[in-house]
Design a protein around this ligand. Structure first.
Ligand SMILES: *Cc1c(COP(=O)(O)O)cnc(C)c1O
Length: 401
């Protein structure tokens, strides 16, 4: 059987690994040695799951979406990560990593953020644990995502605008790594997705795997079998997707469909569809598919969805897509806007524009009436209401709202 998880050196097939500057070598090695014994200890699990329950509000519901099921000719269940504290799946990961940081004796937390969602989730757990928090964010994003900057400040975090490159997420990651190089001893870097040098992709996937752990027993309870025919999720760096599929990766009965952000179309220059368009390269400490030019210069990602705006994609997903285990769709901006309105009007749930990419996959698949489909709504759309309203006209070719 194929192994879709990380080997001891953090490789998923040809992707992954830990390509870090000399100065971080010890730091990354310490983390590689420490993470599994700690997160598999009974004491860690007890504290982690208690916080997930009482602080985050887990388990998140698995909701049968009756009207959407009827429309798409299947049995559609929504995994409601949008109902978590702070509004998305990201907090599952930041809670886990800060507990790990504490146990490793670290006193200062840094993080990168794009739209600001991971920054907010990190600032939140730092407030909770009384830890110093510094967040790196591209200057362009600081302007575009002002509310999240204010939230982070209110939570006590210091936000550093990054003015290099395109001044977006990719530059914020580089700057966070640079900072880590300067403070390797006391600082823990809380990475926001299944990316970065080993062990981060594996660590983040394990923290998010609570999503599929819950799907298993929730399906058993609702339909008397613990697996669906389809799992659907959106994919930026790959963390909500990794969590959604984690316990089903080796179950061939389950079809896995992932939606990446096509922007104006993956064949154009305005796209973030890395699995469609990327080629193998090294970015932020790991080998993965990256959108780059012939000289290896990173190309800017483009999408209406700030949370999917990254020119790379986690190594686990590069490998699974390459081996044909996952089917990856490219969903364009207009399709996502339409899907976001559709879920809002048919089920009364305003999804994050990232999650709307997953919903748009439904119209591209052909189901049998008995097919059980579980789709992860990775976050809520409060932050995106303006984007939906401003771009409503874009979606009119698919129908009217
Ligand atoms: C950040 C974010 C994503 C994309 O990140 P992944 O690591 O690919 O999950 C998707 N949805 C929401 C709501 C987000 O905040």
């Amino acid at each position: 059987m194929e192994n879709y998880f990380a080997d001891e050196r953090g490789f998923y097939g040809e992707f992954g690994g830990a390509y870090v500057p000399e100065i971080l070598y010890k730091c990354v090695h310490d983390l590689q040695d420490a993470y599994l014994p700690i997160i598999e200890s009974a004491e860690f699990k007890q504290e982690y799951h208690a916080l997930l329950k009482d602080y985050v509000g887990r388990p998140s519901p698995l909701y049968f979406a009756e009207r959407m099921s009827e429309k798409y000719g299947c049995k559609l269940y929504l995994k409601r990560e949008d109902l978590n504290h702070t509004g998305a799946h990201k907090i599952n990961n930041t809670i886990g990593q800060i507990l790990l940081a504490k146990r490793m004796g670290k006193t200062r937390i840094i993080a990168e953020t794009g739209a600001g969602q991971h920054g907010v989730a990190t600032a939140t757990v730092c407030a909770l644990m009384n830890m110093k928090c510094e967040v790196f964010m591209g200057a362009t994003d600081v302007e575009r995502q002002h509310t999240n900057v204010e939230r982070m400040k209110m939570l006590g975090a210091e936000v550093h605008p990054v003015r290099t490159g395109n001044m977006t997420l990719s530059d914020a990651c580089s700057e966070a790594i640079r900072d880590w190089c300067c403070h390797p001893a006391d600082t823990f870097y809380i990475v926001g997705s299944t990316m970065g040098p080993h062990p981060y992709p594996d660590l983040v996937a394990r923290m998010q795997s609570v999503i599929s752990e819950e799907i298993k027993w929730q399906l058993e309870e609702k339909i008397g079998r613990d697996y669906p025919d389809y799992l659907i999720a959106c994919i930026g760096g790959g963390s909500n997707a990794a969590g959604t599929i984690y316990h089903y990766v080796n179950d061939e009965r389950v079809n896995i469909v992932l939606s990446e952000a096509g922007g104006h179309g993956w064949q154009t220059d305005y796209t973030a569809a890395t699995i469609h368009k990327g080629t193998t390269g090294i970015l932020h400490g790991a080998k993965m598919l990256v959108m780059q030019d012939e000289d290896g210069q990173i190309q800017e990602a483009f999408t209406i969805s700030a949370g999917l705006d990254y020119p790379g994609v986690g190594p686990m997903h590069c490998n699974m897509a390459k081996k044909g285990r996952t089917k990856v769709l490219s969903i364009n901006d207009d399709e996502a806007i339409y899907a976001g309105y559709e879920l809002t009007r048919m089920e009364g749930i305003i999804p994050a524009i990232e999650s709307a990419h997953a919903i748009a996959a439904l119209s591209k698949l052909t189901f049998k009436p008995d097919d059980v489909v579980v789709l992860t709504v990775s976050g809520r759309g409060d932050k995106d209401v303006e984007t939906y309203l401003k771009n409503k006209a874009m979606a009119k070719e698919y129908g009217n709202f």
